[in-house]
Design a protein. Structure first.
Ligand code: SF4
Ligand code: SF4
Length: 363
């Protein structure tokens, strides 16, 4: 998304809570909320629940666009008529970090590029996305995936912390409308704001200095060439096939469905729910064909899809470097380390970490 000076405003931090109240008057508001030691995107009833000081939520805001469980339609077994009661509501999602905005843009490409999904389209049309700048922790590698900043993603407003104020970039007509609606809270940009804005970008880049980030230059080709590398098996040995990595991922979208009949069997609901390519029987199909019977095959498939499949499909990586899959993996498998091992970096040290095999599991 190109930045134009006339498409930005300044929001003094002192006005942030009035801004959030204003948003909530416009439509239901979803924002990050602290729960115990973790942070989750939740619907806001009380503005004081909102937290802006966080690195990553456990689940991405994707859950408000594509619920983890949803009824696609209902049909009658008597006359085979179908009905769907789904209707998207207006919603504003506030406080989304740059990587997650890129994650949503990837979902937009998946769901809307060819054969648009009418339900997703309805939800997206009625959703306003407001991003906010952030600083990385040890799991983040968004600088490698090109998603550390919101440029190139789909969003409506983006707030960059410039000290006493937020530099508010306007990314769409929906964003413009909100600024007009709440105009008394904003002021025009001055030269000093621009300097602070440039400095904040530099500060985020510098936060990655001295970090061992994966080099993703020609990574698609590397993964294809290293298809038979022992690294896959060595890393996969620790994997529990639990599916956590895909369930927390902002770009994973695989689902399955079951038909759930009512008590009399007259009406049946087609229920879709999220599944995972890491589950042992995910790739078992009719006739007993089993495409990914081993943990190694499933483990490699996730990387292959993110860095070879997605670029082929949508000309972007399917990974936005949010670090969730590594931060939440119960076996402490690190995507960054696996990618670095494939390049042959720090081989000895990283192999030793991977060799901490827990047990020999049948799958
Ligand atoms: S979260 Fe970790 S242990 Fe679970 S399936 Fe993914 S890589 Fe394997
Ligand atoms: S693969 Fe891992 S780091 Fe990449 S977007 Fe998904 S959860 Fe985030």
């Amino acid at each position: 998304m190109e930045f134009h000076i006339e498409r930005a405003k300044v929001l003094p931090k002192a006005n942030l809570w009035d801004f959030l109240e204003g948003l909530r008057r416009v439509s239901p508001l979803i924002a990050p909320v602290r729960r115990g030691g973790r942070v989750a995107f939740s619907e806001i009833n009380d503005i004081s629940d909102v937290t802006i000081d966080y690195t990553r939520t456990v689940l991405p805001p994707k859950k408000f666009l594509v619920p983890y469980r949803r009824v696609r339609f209902t049909y009658s077994t008597e006359d085979l008529s179908f009905s769907s009661t789904f209707k998207a509501r207006q919603q504003i999602i506030f406080g989304i970090h740059s990587c997650d905005l890129h994650g949503i843009s990837i979902l937009d490409s998946i769901y809307l590029k060819e054969n648009p999904d009418p339900r997703y389209l309805d939800v997206r049309k009625k959703t306003v996305l407001i991003g906010i700048s952030c600083m990385p922790d040890d799991f983040c590698f968004c600088l490698s995936t090109g998603t550390a900043f919101p440029d190139g993603a789909n969003w409506d407003l983006f707030l960059t912390d410039i000290g006493a104020d937020y530099f508010v970039s306007i990314g769409s007509p929906k964003g413009d409308e909100l600024i007009i609606e709440l105009k008394e809270l904003f002021r025009d940009i001055e030269r000093e704001d621009l300097e602070l804005y440039k400095r904040s970008t530099k500060k985020k880049k510098e936060a990655f200095r001295n970090r061992k980030l994966p080099d993703l230059e020609r990574i698609s080709q590397l993964i294809e060439l290293e298809y038979e590398s022992p690294v896959w098996e060595e890393e996969a040995r620790r994997c529990l096939s639990c599916g956590t990595c895909t369930n927390v991922c902002p770009t994973c979208f695989c689902y399955t469905s079951v038909d759930v009949p009512d008590f009399e069997g007259k009406t049946v609901k087609r229920v879709e729910f999220t599944t995972s390519c890491q589950y042992p029987y995910y790739s078992l199909v009719a006739g007993g064909h089993y495409f990914k019977p081993t943990r190694t095959a499933r483990f490699r498939h996730r990387y292959y899809h993110k860095f070879v499949g997605y670029p082929y499909q949508i000309e972007k990586f399917g990974c936005v470097g949010c670090g969730r899959c590594s931060a939440e993996c119960p076996a402490e498998i690190s995507m960054v380390e696996t990618l670095r091992r494939l390049r042959g970096e720090d081989e000895e040290e990283l192999r030793e970490a991977a060799e901490q095999t827990f047990t020999d599991r049948p799958f």
